[in-house]
Design a protein around this ligand. Structure first.
Ligand code: FES
Length: 103
C-alpha cells in the first residue's frame, strides 16, 4: 500500500455551510481525486469528512495536511482548483486561504 502524501478534511456540518454544500463537495472530491490519479501512487490523498472544524462560518471549509492550509468559502470550482493546483501540482491557492496552522 502506498503511503498517503496528503490528507484532506471536508467539513460536512450544517453550521459553516447550512445549504449542505460541504456534503456536495465531499462527493465531488472523490471523483476529482480519481480523475487526477490521486488515489494511488506517491501523491496519494486521503479524503475524510468531519462534522465540524470549530469555525462554523464562512464555509464550506476544506483543510489540507500536512501543510495545515485551511480554505474557506469553497465552491465546486474552487475545490477543482484545490485538487489540481494544490493536491496534484503542490501549489497553494493563497487567495483562498483563511488560516494556516502554525503560520
Ligand atoms: S460546522 Fe463546519 S466548521 Fe463547524
Amino acid at each position: 500500500m502506498d503511503a498517503y502524501r496528503r490528507h484532506v478534511l471536508v467539513c460536512t456540518g450544517n453550521y459553516c455551510s447550512p445549504d449542505r454544500q460541504g456534503r456536495v463537495l465531499y462527493s465531488q472530491l472523490a471523483a476529482l481525486l480519481q480523475r487526477e490519479n490521486l488515489l494511488f501512487g506517491p501523491e496519494r490523498v486521503k479524503r475524510s469528512e468531519t462534522p465540524c472544524l470549530g469555525v462554523c462560518a464562512g464555509g464550506p471549509i476544506v483543510a489540507v495536511y500536512p501543510e495545515g492550509i485551511w480554505y474557506g468559502g469553497v465552491t465546486p470550482a474552487l475545490l477543482e482548483r484545490i485538487v489540481v493546483e494544490h493536491l496534484r501540482d503542490g501549489q497553494i491557492i493563497d487567495e483562498a486561504v483563511f488560516h494556516r496552522l502554525g503560520g
